[in-house]
Design a binder for this molecule. Structure first.
Ligand SMILES: [Zn+2]
Length: 90
């Protein structure tokens, strides 16, 4: 069943760039300028999961960490189940 909302809110900050860096103590980070930094050791589903997580932070800064985790886990599972993968297979 499809639910319709009156009007979707626009994303507060679009994703500017996705950077893969070797981070020592965390898996990812969302920067206020719209950049998402992901730990370069992440591959496959875990990379998608953390990408969705940081994108959720960018979309809604006011969400709690728990809310972001809940939303991003659901989105990552749906995308992964539907076959979304990086082109290079990593
Ligand atoms: Zn977070």
């Amino acid at each position: 069943m499809q639910k319709r909302k009156a009007k979707a809110e626009p994303l507060t900050i679009p994703v500017k760039e996705i950077v893969s860096k070797r981070l020592r103590t965390k898996w990812g980070e969302a920067v206020v300028d719209g950049t998402i930094v992901l730990n370069s050791s992440l591959k496959g589903y875990r990379r998608l999961l953390y990408l969705a997580h940081e994108a959720a932070h960018l979309a809604r800064w006011k969400l709690t960490e728990r809310e972001v985790r809940s939303v991003s886990t659901k989105i990552a599972r749906v995308l992964w189940r539907d076959g979304y993968r990086r082109k290079d297979g990593r």
